[in-house]
Design a binder for this molecule. Structure first.
Ligand code: PEP
Ligand code: MG
Length: 886
């Protein structure tokens, strides 16, 4: 098996095998760009290594052969004492996982080749010894698990001895001394000397990169980003080039468009006399890339040329890492760059304008999660809040929360339900858990490409980086800015678009995109590029999608908003929500009724209230289909809890009050108490047991429809029966309902459909029978998941899902995204068998999954007619339905 590829042998379509970095290095090499030579060890080799703990057979020989040809090409052997070749060993998985896995630079240096390196660098001893100490440090930490602080400590010690705070003041002798100190640390922790044999260094570094695939932070990151755990990483072995050889050297990161806003132009950061990792780590503040024009115009022009070339080739925003070694430009990496949600839309629109992609492709370039982000509120700026600092708007959004200074504390407070802002000087991969837990991230150092910025953008989390007015004191858990001290627990607000930082909680307002959906911002007459791009892409999605999108709404206000957001009807109106508030008393009367008369009176009192609710909803939907679900939850949910009621009665009795009514209520609550209410007297069962209840609701729906039609409007009610498991249940309800409908509707022209939810597994499995009595099915995937898995939907998330996620039993909660193989299979069976029994059977879904991007694609693929979701999810579902169709 071939485990090693020269860059010239690969291309960008081999990401599975070569990882993103390797595939793109190959692509750039083949485009003729100046990439330092090297080779890639495949993800297959990594997987084999991780499975067995040993390199697969043949790998060592293949590495040797490719190393030899690399040495030939470079004209110097790895670690040669007189003229050494040095290599970097870099991870690179199929999906970019910034900073999560390992990299070792300067492999090939030892006590002898350090001298050769100095000669190579024109007698630059300082550089050579600094490179060597970096190798021992990186190698020790990542390959041999030597605690990184020990090296940091020794470095601080050397600086203190020299009376300085900057590494740059250490001279060659100091660094040579530091190398000795580092070697001692190394042998103390590993029980062996620092390996002098270059090939051994290389092999150990490769192993360490393989193993870093399973490092804890990488595992956490993959879970967060839903990256499969079994892909493995490739390893790139690349000839070293040096950005730290003096002022005519440097390193930087460039974007072909602004990854924050999508605007066209030259974006990036440059750091003179530094190595690549220094930029990403945000160690020193960088200068804007444009400054490079002044520093080294030749390289700058050359870089711009390559950037244009790469954009055209990839037909997308590219990000690039480059190094200049004594005036010679080297391209170290490129990839289709991460971007904010706003930039994704804007860039997709621009690329259509430029003729690089068509609108279908533009649809693929954006997604529902990004659209959802654009619908988050933003700060209201017309008020008295003054920013106390301004950093770089690294990842947009408006976040307020309590300040914390450590990842652990962020996780702790977030678990208590607090919003937190994680404040750090700069973040590193160990902060990942805290970044996930926080609402926003604020750093005092680092640019748009620092770790914090890149990771936050990837997660869609608000981030302000490089707010250098902040003096962050992590050990003391406070920062000072503009003469004020902010302690842990104080509230700040950060604006990831403008980079502004405010003290206190700043009020928020709807985002531009929401204003557009609401119709208060006109896409044709705005020059906001984002709104125009969203409008254009949404319009195309609507043209392309086959799935209709409805909404789950129980009030006229929600219904009206969902219509503005593009809903084509109501897929679920939960009538139980109309039994709350001051109507509760009527429900109590119903439950306590001792005689038919009492019960009828209670129902008669509820009827006009229900009717007027439906009238309003039908008016709001103006002829669009409205699926009204008959009451679903157990009635005792509308009564006070048992314990509380028992206490009240006891207390009142004690006081000698008249408690006859309360006692009756208590008795009813006791009578109706269930061990498993979710599997108890609810849904259709309730309709079959409580005489007149469903009849009242059916009458209210039909009468409301007639009312609206008589006043000149139109109404398309669809009555939906919940929790059906057997066709007989549905038939019984249907027979009674049809009678009432016929009586109420008369010759008004109103048509009422009767259908059912499919949310009990048995219903899915007998869908052929059920379809005989149903004009439509709506999949209640919440209950279908609950009963399909046997997971109590109200209890499991906190109880044990974390463990299931940890073990990879599922990658995401099945209540959030449909479990295709299990619950999804039930949906597929019911859809097929239902349609076989009744061609033209209308099929929809109204569980939470109706607004989940992944699930929408599934529902498209099984041939449903519509998805229904909460009003704010409607645009997301429209977009994803369009994406599913192209
Ligand atoms: C469902 O079960 O998916 C559903 C929509 O009904 P509810 O969430 O009201 O139980
Ligand atoms: Mg349900």
């Amino acid at each position: 098996q071939k485990y090693v590829y020269d860059f010239a042998e690969g291309n960008m379509d081999l990401k599975d095998l070569l990882g993103g970095k390797g595939a793109n290095l190959a692509e750039m090499t083949n485009l003729g760009l100046p990439v330092p030579p090297g080779f890639t060890i495949t993800t297959e080799a990594c997987k084999a290594y991780l499975a067995t703990g040993e390199e697969p057979a043949g790998l060592a020989e293949q590495i040797a052969a490719h190393l030899e040809s690399l040495e030939r090409e470079m004209g110097r052997p790895l670690g040669d004492p007189d003229d050494p070749l040095l290599v970097s060993v870099r991870s690179g998985a199929k999906f970019s996982m910034p900073g999560m896995m390992e990299t070792v630079l300067n492999v090939g240096l030892n006590d002898r080749s350090v001298v050769g390196l100095s000669t190579q660098a024109g007698g630059n001893d300082r550089f050579a010894w600094d490179s060597y100490r970096r190798l021992i440090q990186m190698f020790g930490k990542t390959v041999c698990d030597v605690p990184g602080e020990e090296f940091e400590h020794a470095l601080d010690e050397a600086k203190r001895a020299k009376g300085t705070t900057s590494d740059l003041d250490l001279d060659a002798d100091d660094l040579r001394g530091l190398v000795d100190a580092y070697k001692k640390i190394f042998s103390k922790h590993t029980g062996r000397e620092f390996p002098q044999e270059p090939r051994e260094q290389l092999d150990l570094a490769i192993r360490a990169v393989f193993e870093s695939w399973n490092a804890e932070r990488a595992v956490v990151y993959r879970r967060q980003e839903r990256i499969p755990a079994d892909l493995g990483t490739a390893v790139n072995v690349v000839a070293m080039v040096f950005g730290n050889l003096g002022p005519d050297s440097g390193t930087g990161v460039a974007f072909t468009r602004d990854p924050a806003s999508g605007a066209q132009g030259i974006y990036g950061d440059y750091l003179a006399n530094a190595q690549g990792e220094d930029v990403v780590a945000g160690i020193r503040n960088t200068v804007p890339l444009q400054e490079l024009e002044r520093i080294d115009k030749t390289s700058y022009d050359e870089l711009l040329g390559y950037m244009a070339r790469l954009e055209e080739h990839y037909r997308d925003l590219c990000d690039i890492e480059f190094t200049i070694e004594r005036g010679k430009l080297w391209m170290l990496q490129t990839r289709v760059g991460k971007r904010t949600a706003a930039a994704a839309f804007v860039i997709a629109g621009q690329l259509v304008d430029e003729g690089l992609i068509d609108l279908d492709e533009a649809l693929h370039r954006v997604n529902g999660a990004q659209l959802a982000q654009l619908m988050f509120p933003r700060f209201r700026l017309d008020h008295e809040f003054e920013p106390v600092a301004k950093g770089i708007g690294a990842s947009p959004g408006a976040a307020s929360g309590k300040v914390v200074f450590s990842s652990d504390r962020a996780v702790e407070l977030a678990a208590e339900g607090e919003s937190v802002i994680l404040v750090r000087r700069e973040t590193n991969p160990d902060d990942l858990n805290g970044m996930i837990a926080a609402k926003g991230i604020l750093t005092s150092r680092g640019g748009k490409t620092s770790h914090a910025a890149v990771v936050a953008r990837g997660m869609g989390k608000t981030c302000v980086s490089g707010a250098d007015d902040l003096d962050v004191n992590v050990p003391q858990r406070r920062f000072t800015v503009a003469g004020r001290t902010v302690n842990e627990g104080d509230v700040v607000s950060i604006d990831g678009t403008t980079g502004k930082v405010y003290l206190g909680e700043v009020p928020v307002m709807p985002s531009e995109v929401v204003q557009y959906f609401e119709g208060t911002l006109d896409a044709e007459n705005t020059d906001d590029p984002l709104v125009r791009a969203v409008h254009r892409i949404m319009t195309h999605a609507d043209q392309r999608r086959r799935l209709a999108v409805r909404t789950n709404a129980d009030t006229a206000a929600d219904a009206a908003r969902a219509r503005r957001f593009g809903a084509g009807g109501i897929g679920l109106c939960r009538t139980e929500h109309m039994f709350l508030g001051d109507r509760r008393e009527l429900v109590e009367r119903l439950i306590l009724a001792r005689t038919d008369q009492d019960r009828d009176a209670a129902l008669a009192a509820l009827l006009p209230l229900q009717r007027s609710d439906f009238v309003e909803i039908f008016r709001a939907m103006d002829g669009l289909p409205v699926t009204v679900r008959l009451i679903d939850p157990p009635l005792h949910e509308f009564l006070p809890p048992l314990e509380q009621l028992a206490v009240n009665v006891a207390v009142a009795q004690e006081r000698g009050e008249d408690v006859a009514k309360e006692e009756a209520l208590l008795a009813a609550v006791r009578r109706m108490h269930e061990q498993n209410p979710m599997l108890g007297l609810r849904g259709v069962r309730l309709g079959l047991v409580v005489p007149g209840l469903f009849a009242m609701q059916v009458r209210a729906i039909a009468e409301a429809a007639v009312t609206v039609v008589r006043e000149g409007g139109s109404a398309c009610p669809e009555i939906m029966v919940p929790l059906v498991g057997a066709v007989q249940e549905l038939e019984t309800v249907r027979t009674e309902a049809e009678k009432i409908i016929a009586e109420v509707v008369g010759d008004s022209g109103v048509e009422v459909l009767i259908g059912t939810m499919i949310e009990v597994p048995r219903a899915a499995l007998t869908a052929g029978q059920i379809a005989e009595a149903a004009e439509f099915f709506s999949f209640g995937t919440n209950d279908l998941t609950q009963m399909g898995w046997g997971f109590s939907r109200d209890d499991v998330e906190g109880a044990f899902f974390w463990r299931y996620l940890e073990l990879g039993i599922f990658g995401i909660s099945p209540f959030e995204s449909i479990d295709r193989e299990g619950v999804g299979r039930l949906v597929r069976i019911a859809a097929e068998e239902g349609r076989a029994a009744r061609p033209g059977l209308k099929l929809g879904v109204c569980g939470e999954h109706g607004g989940d991007p992944e699930s929408v694609h599934f529902f498209h693929s099984v041939g449903l007619d519509y998805v229904s979701c909460s009003p704010f999810r409607v645009p997301v579902a429209r977009l994803e339905a369009g994406r599913a169709a192209v």
